[in-house]
Design a binder for this molecule. Structure first.
Ligand SMILES: Nc1ncnc2c1ncn2[C@@H]1O[C@H](COP(=O)(O)OP(=O)(O)OP(=O)(O)O)[C@@H](O)[C@H]1O
Ligand SMILES: [Mg+2]
Length: 485
């Protein structure tokens, strides 16, 4: 190979190589970029070494493979780690931090509505995700009626603002929702039409030249406004409070500067084509709800952009990378993404502590939701874990084997030992076959190294990949050295 290119410049590496090794499992076994396209989840207790072990190596090699990455953050030091990993990979210039004091902006609604096939539905999808997040954030799902009302209010508001004025940012939707008529009389009042933002949007929309499809959507929103003014005060105020609670997360400080400024200088399309590593540095532990909502909205916008891109023009892989994934897991949209992402060269690489924590973040339907959410990932890594439920789940998943148990006993006579007495004693033997776990649950809790100096910086973990056997076994025990940052 070397001789062939001696004296001539080497060809650049391909932008997407499915054979690129992403994780070295030892014994010449690898997880390749092609296999990553079916997504990966890693479980491990706090301190099990998942961030400094598998997460470090995965992110490093995903970046080395030329992929574009979106990193969501929960802990305050994560962004710095990602920057350092980019530098180690030799791609420091591709790192972009979306955060306080940075110039990067992405007006989420405006970006979505300026796409070639933009629709009210695609823009509202992002806010729908947030309504679901908000309604399960107390661990108890809101009644579906209120979720539907809130989603409809937001959808119809986007329709009226966008089709009425030709542009729409989150700030505009907030103003519109705040200005909706409180009674049928107010709706007929010329002063309300003249002075309120909602009235102005409707007025502008009636005289704008809209194609028939959009005109119909606009008229639906006018109908909704009438319907809204006729609702009981209690219904209106609950719907209004839910919508304002979501929109207001984006309305102030650096979060508003990033996603509601009317400007976009870092779009998902550009990031994916150029192979940028974008880290959203609004860690949930520091920024709480606004940080969580902003990152969930950015995740939703990037995933939709990844799925609609043309891989012949933008051939790089795109990875959604999330440590502490329970903060951003979304049963419906994650499943939708997983079902079609492979052909769009998009995948997720996420880390979580245990199943009970995920169930809690999925709200009331947690158990079912987690079971189906886990189906989105073809590869599972299991670091040391103290969660019995998680360990039992994966022990069951690895399966059982038949084991032969031998038993025996002798019945001695009371005679003093002699050749005769040995021959006269009764010897019984038995054997039985039983099914027992190939990897019993306690192994995940007690047998895996968790890094640190006392373990020689080594992190052990199990790898399970659907439809893959490792030397005749349905799992592989692998070891990685913790990355020094
Ligand atoms: N480069 C390193 N060298 C030695 N020890 C390290 C290194 N990086 C981390 N450690 C230690 O290894 C242990 C595992 O750390 P790590 O942060 O990777 O765990 P984790 O599974 O991500 O935990 P958490 O869920 O709390 O984030 C910790 O005790 C940490 O202090
Ligand atoms: Mg960690």
């Amino acid at each position: 190979m070397w001789r062939r290119f001696r004296g001539r410049p080497r060809p650049p590496p391909p932008l997407f190589d499915p054979h690129f090794p992403i994780l070295d499992l030892g014994d010449r076994e690898f997880i390749t970029l092609g296999q990553m396209l079916e997504s990966l989840v890693c479980f491990g207790a706090t301190g099990s070494g998942k961030t400094s072990g598998p997460a470090f190596h995965l992110l490093l090699n995903i970046i080395r493979a030329g992929c574009s990455v979106l990193v969501l953050t929960v802990k305050p030091d994560e962004c710095q780690r990602v920057k350092r990993i980019c530098e180690i990979a030799g791609r420091g210039s591709d790192f972009r931090r979306i955060g306080e004091g940075e110039p990067w902006k992405l007006d989420l609604l405006d970006y979505e509505l300026s796409q070639p096939h933009a629709s009210v539905e695609s823009a509202a999808a992002m806010l729908d995700t947030l309504v679901e997040l908000a309604s399960r954030s107390q661990g108890k799902n809101e009644e579906p009626f209120w979720q539907l009302l809130c989603k409809r209010l937001l959808r119809m508001s986007i329709a009226a603002v966008w089709l009425g004025t030709g542009k729409c940012s989150i700030t505009d939707v907030y103003r519109f929702v705040a200005d909706l008529p409180q009674s049928p009389d107010q709706l007929q009042n010329p002063e309300w039409i003249r002075d309120s933002f909602a009235g102005q949007c409707y007025l502008a929309g009636t005289v704008r030249d809209l194609p028939p499809g959009k005109r119909r959507v606009f008229e639906l929103s006018v109908g909704f406004c009438e319907e809204w003014s006729n609702l009981s005060e209690k219904t209106r105020s609950i719907g209004h409070t839910m919508a304002v609670n979501i929109l207001s997360q984006f309305m102030t400080g650096p979060v508003a500067d990033v996603c509601a400024s009317g400007e976009s200088n870092l779009t998902p399309d550009e990031a994916m084509t150029e192979g940028l590593v974008v880290c959203v540095d609004f860690p949930v532990l520091l920024w709480r709800e606004p940080g969580q909502y902003l990152q969930q909205a950015i995740k939703s916008t990037f995933t939709r952009a990844a799925l609609r891109r043309d891989v012949t023009k933008s051939p790089r892989g795109w990875c959604l990378f999330v440590d502490e994934a329970n903060w951003f897991a979304d049963a419906r949209n994650d499943a939708l993404f997983a079902s079609v992402s492979r052909s769009a060269r998009a995948f997720s690489c996420v880390f979580a502590q245990n199943i009970p924590l995920l169930q809690q973040s999925f709200g009331e339907e947690g158990e079912q939701a987690v079971a189906s959410w886990l189906g989105n990932f073809n590869t599972t890594l299991l670091c040391s874990n103290g969660s019995h439920q998680t360990n039992t789940y994966f022990s069951d998943k690895i399966g059982q084997r038949r084991e032969l148990f031998l038993g025996g006993s002798t019945q001695r006579t009371d005679e003093p030992p002699s050749l005769f007495s040995v021959l006269a004693s009764t010897v019984t033997g038995s054997f039985s076959e039983q099914w027992s776990p190939i990897v019993p649950p306690h192994v995940f809790a007690t047998q895996l190294r968790t890094g640190g100096v006392r373990n020689g910086k080594l992190v052990d973990f199990f790898v399970i990949q659907s439809a893959r056997m490792f030397g005749g076994l349905p799992f592989k025990l692998a070891t990685l050295r913790q990355g020094d940052l």
